[in-house]
Design a protein around this ligand. Structure first.
Ligand code: SF4
Length: 461
């Protein structure tokens, strides 16, 4: 056994062949299924390889198993406490916008802190203290939820343009009063310059062998707000700059210009991580009725060609093509119809995601004809109980084409300005305006924020 572990140690130290470490450690684990240290090595090998999901699953199993046994073994408890904190730090690097962690996590950290204090383990106590400081408690429906406020936004949703080539019935653009324009590449680059924390590299130390490996989290940029990104004639430059700055970059498009070969080639050559296409409806008629100005046949042809050219350019592992489909009436029958409707394009995309139309979740936003009434609506009565908490301003900033910054995509007219990219993204994130909005949402004291007070993200639904 000792020899086996020495072999793992030399593998970890000498090479980065994590696959062979995983195979090797899995075999040892079969012979010693209760050995939590081997379990730990396996988890860390997965994480070092980049498979955080599997690694975290193993770490969580390890914690659960160990917490229920050997409570008297002080050395073991200390090791488990270290694993708990390390797991949280790794999880933090895996979070996307709006995620929350398990409700019992905060309690575990509190216990680790107490235990470390009792044992005089100052480093461990300090790590636990730092984690506790950076977490927020949300009392929603009397259920404690735990979430994290990152040091820097995890995502920037950027508006290449608020001009559009369609006139979709459900789009709030008809209520937009802002000037229409296109983002200058210089504004985009200035935005990246002010977002210093966009790539986080943390050295994770192996608690048994002391070896370290870097864990990287990249900031993500979503090129879409109001308007159609593909009609920005320098969209490829924006994608390339974002990627050069170390971010993952995705776009969301209505897809109608993908029928044009030049548009496809420019887009594929820029290599965005994700090309998302909005394609809703349950048949051709409903699609064209909602997406006024679009022809379904063009979308099909464009997607088919995009997929073929992506394969020819050998980019299938680098660019993810996905469809988002909004379902007007969220029930089994509509879902089946929508799935059938999209079946012919399934071979040309990597993923199809179905989303319920917000009007179904939040009738307050729409009148009986489906028209948006958000801006004429009165705030909900103060006697209504607020229930869910909006996590938008805790993870994300939205940058409009002229560089103005706003908290979320409901704010189509920038009624809640938070700053401008010339102030620097990281500075805006730490500004009193963002802090005040976060506090208002946390304390459910949102009277001064008209949009929040009528928003489905923050109200009982
Ligand atoms: S308007 Fe809605 S989505 Fe935007 S910050 Fe307020 S509660 Fe969140």
């Amino acid at each position: 056994m000792k020899d086996d572990m020495m072999k793992v140690l030399s593998l970890l130290n000498s090479e980065k062949n994590y696959e062979s470490i995983i195979d090797f450690t899995s075999n040892i684990l079969m012979e010693h299924p209760d050995d939590i240290k081997v379990y730990y090595c396996l988890a860390m090998a997965y994480i070092a390889k980049g498979d955080k999901t599997k690694g975290l699953k193993h770490l969580q199993n390890l914690i659960t198993q160990s917490l229920s046994a050997n409570k008297e073994d002080k050395l073991l408890r200390l090791f488990i406490n270290q694993v708990i904190l390390q797991t949280i730090q790794i999880t933090e690097l895996s979070l996307h916008g709006g995620d929350v962690l398990g409700a019992n996590t905060i309690q575990m950290v509190k216990e680790v802190k107490l235990y470390a204090h009792k044992l005089g383990e100052r480093d461990l106590e300090q790590i636990a203290e730092n984690i506790l400081k950076r977490w927020i408690h949300i009392n929603s429906s009397n259920q404690p939820i735990v979430a994290l406020i990152p040091d820097s936004p995890l995502t920037l949703q950027v508006e290449p343009t608020n001009a559009c080539n369609l006139n979709c019935t459900m789009c709030p653009r008809s209520k937009m009063t802002r000037k229409v324009g296109f983002m200058d590449t210089a504004i985009f680059d200035e935005m990246l310059d002010g977002w210093k924390n966009r790539v986080i590299v943390k050295q994770i130390q192996h608690l048994i062998f002391g070896t370290t490996f870097p864990l990287i989290k990249r900031g993500s940029i979503k090129l879409f707000f109001m308007g159609e990104p593909l009609i920005h004639n320098q969209l490829d430059k924006l994608i390339e700059s974002g990627k050069q700055a170390g971010c993952t970059v995705g776009i969301q498009t209505n897809g109608i210009t993908l029928v044009n070969k030049e548009v496809r080639q420019k887009l594929l050559s820029a290599k965005p991580s994700v090309i998302g296409i909005s394609l809703d409806g349950i048949n051709e008629m409903s699609y064209e009725a909602v997406r006024q100005g679009a022809r379904l046949l063009d979308i099909y042809n464009g997607l088919k060609a995009l997929h073929k050219e992506r394969e020819e350019m050998n980019l299938h592992r680098k660019i993810w093509i996905m469809i988002s489909s909004i379902i007007p009436k969220w029930n089994q029958s509509s879902l089946e119809h929508a799935q059938k409707f999209l079946e012919p394009i399934r071979p040309f995309v990597d993923h199809i995601g179905f989303i319920p139309l917000s009007r179904e979740r939040d009738p307050k936003f729409y009148d009986e004809n489906g028209k948006i009434i958000l801006y004429s609506k009165q705030p909900i009565s103060s006697t209504s109980k607020l229930q869910s908490l909006c996590l938008e301003p805790f993870t994300k900033l939205n940058v409009l084409w002229d560089g103005s910054i706003t908290p979320c995509c409901y704010d189509i007219n920038c009624a809640m300005p938070l700053g401008h990219i010339k102030d620097g993204i990281d500075n805006v994130w730490k500004s009193s305006k963002v802090k005040e909005l976060q506090d208002a949402l946390l304390n459910q004291n949102i009277k001064k924020y008209h949009l929040c007070s009528v928003c489905m993200s923050n109200t009982k639904i």
